[in-house]
Design a protein. Structure first.
Length: 242
């Protein structure tokens, strides 16, 4: 499969790129710096990747990069960039929509604050105490909901360098809701108390970058189970690998 990774030298993008090569995909890296890509991946992996070093805000360059791709993984930008992050995502999504030869899947990186909290009608990003910058993820999600593309949003918690740093448990994948057990009594709490409950449990949402990358790369088919859904990940002893 032909896959383009936007932001392929970022913390998430570089892992998706390396994993994709290992899985035998034809990978394209959209980056600002070829030199940084080579430094990160080494000549062996970088030599197997098509590299496009252009301005990610240039519609023409993004549009041309999408030609003949089967899937796009948007790992560029972050919530700390605020409005720039929203513009980056909007530009890529717009070019995916308008490109006559791109009909593939789109994965966008979000965060666990986009997931529903069972029994409350709330998501984490809208709770008191959650950093306002994460509402950029809300806006990016709404942008995707306006499109006819086959999309999914990956919503991990804190990502760590290796699965060795997380509990020895199986990976549980959820759709639209938090991937950890939530007590029924949470519906009786105020928004502030719900936020406090979630803050106390954030470590349960730690997940390895490599597992996030693998989950996206394993779900690139059109009209798959995650189409139009938010996807959460957590390690849980009682759940089988998804």
């Amino acid at each position: 499969m032909k896959i383009i990774v936007f932001g392929a030298t970022g913390n998430m993008g570089k892992r998706v790129l390396a994993q994709g090569i290992k899985l035998g995909h034809e990978m394209t890296a959209y980056v600002r710096s070829r030199e940084k890509l080579l430094e990160q991946q080494g000549e062996r992996i970088a030599g197997q990747v098509k590299v496009i070093a252009q301005d990610i805000m240039d519609p023409v360059s993004v549009r041309e990069a999408l030609s003949h791709q089967d899937a796009a993984i948007i790992a560029a930008g972050n919530a700390g960039q605020e409005e720039e992050f929203v513009r980056i995502v909007d530009n890529i999504v717009s070019q995916c929509e308008n490109h006559p030869r791109f009909t593939g899947r789109v994965w966008l990186m979000g965060g666990a604050g986009l997931l529903d909290i069972p029994g409350t009608g709330l998501i984490g990003n809208d709770l008191p105490g959650f950093p306002p910058m994460f509402k950029t993820h809300n806006r990016n999600l709404e942008r995707l909901r306006q499109t006819g593309l086959d999309w999914s949003v990956m919503c991990p918690g804190t990502m760590v360098d290796s699965a060795e740093h997380v509990p020895a448990a199986r990976l549980h994948v959820s759709t639209d809701i938090l991937p950890v057990p939530i007590p029924d009594t949470i519906r009786e709490l105020s928004a502030a108390d719900i936020a406090g409950h979630l803050f106390s449990r954030f470590q349960e949402l730690d997940v390895a970058y490599e597992d996030v990358a693998t989950c996206m790369l394993n779900h690139l088919e059109l009209a798959g189970p995650f189409k139009g859904r938010r996807v959460g990940l957590a390690y849980r002893n009682e759940m089988p690998v998804s």
